[in-house]
Design a protein around this ligand. Structure first.
Ligand code: DX5
Length: 216
């Protein structure tokens, strides 16, 4: 499967959100928005009010990474053809999540933290369009990639040969090849992209490195 690189935006204000979006809009087909409520993870990003007016993208879609205790409430705030990555650790009623996503016109994705066993996710996996294997403990960007997660990626890829498997956390030129070789075809990155002088070149370099080639 062709590697897809997705910029991850962890914004604490509407201004920062709009600035980050403008830096990558037009360069990629998907933009990940990290949403943290300070309860599920020890950090807080933009909240529901800021999401109300997230700008429409020309030729791209949003992927919302819900690091929040009650994802169904947040999903209802952002109708549209978005992908919603819901943490299995926050599922109280899977039906409620599924209904919220359907009602919003979006698609369901699932996310799983490093310490959560894959078995916790398997009962819902067949209903997901994408599965995110966290390669850091969520809450902050700039953390180190947990290589041990590649075992989890390989296990999942063996069970689901054609599903989208995403990694997020510490993905950069040193780690992206291992993640892709283990079976992740969607590669989310924040620091490796937004800390670069040339954002387009950084995105292209991650894709080239995933495929095993040196960045051009
Ligand atoms: C977990 C977030 C990640 C994080 C990635 O904290 O879900 O998206 O911001 O940041 P980098 O790519 O810098 O590790």
């Amino acid at each position: 499967m062709e590697p897809v690189v997705i910029p991850a935006i962890l914004a604490k204000s509407r201004e920062e959100l709009l600035r980050r979006i403008s830096q990558v809009n037009g360069l990629v087909k998907e933009i990940q928005l990290d949403i943290m409520d300070g309860e599920f993870v020890p950090n807080r990003t933009i909240g529901m009010d800021d999401l109300a007016a997230v700008p429409a993208l020309q030729n791209a879609k949003y992927e919302f990474h819900w690091m929040v205790k009650e994802p169904e409430k947040w999903i209802a705030k952002v109708p549209g053809p978005h992908l919603h990555l819901v943490h299995v650790e926050t599922i109280r009623s899977f039906d409620a999540i599924e209904n919220a996503v359907k009602k919003s016109g979006g698609r369901l994705g699932l996310a799983i933290n490093p310490e959560t066993p894959l078995e916790k996710l398997l009962p819902f996996a067949s209903k997901a369009q994408r599965i995110l294997i966290m390669t850091v403990h969520p809450g902050f960007s700039g953390q180190s990639y947990i290589t041990a997660m590649e075992k989890k990626i390989r296990q999942l890829r063996r069970k689901f040969p054609s599903i989208d498997i995403e990694v997020d956390g510490g993905v950069n030129l040193d780690t992206v090849r291992g993640a892709y070789a283990a079976g992740a075809n969607v590669l989310a990155a924040a620091s490796a992209i937004f800390a670069a002088d040339d954002i387009k070149a950084a995105i292209d370099a991650l894709k080239a490195r995933a495929l095993g080639g040196a960045p051009s």
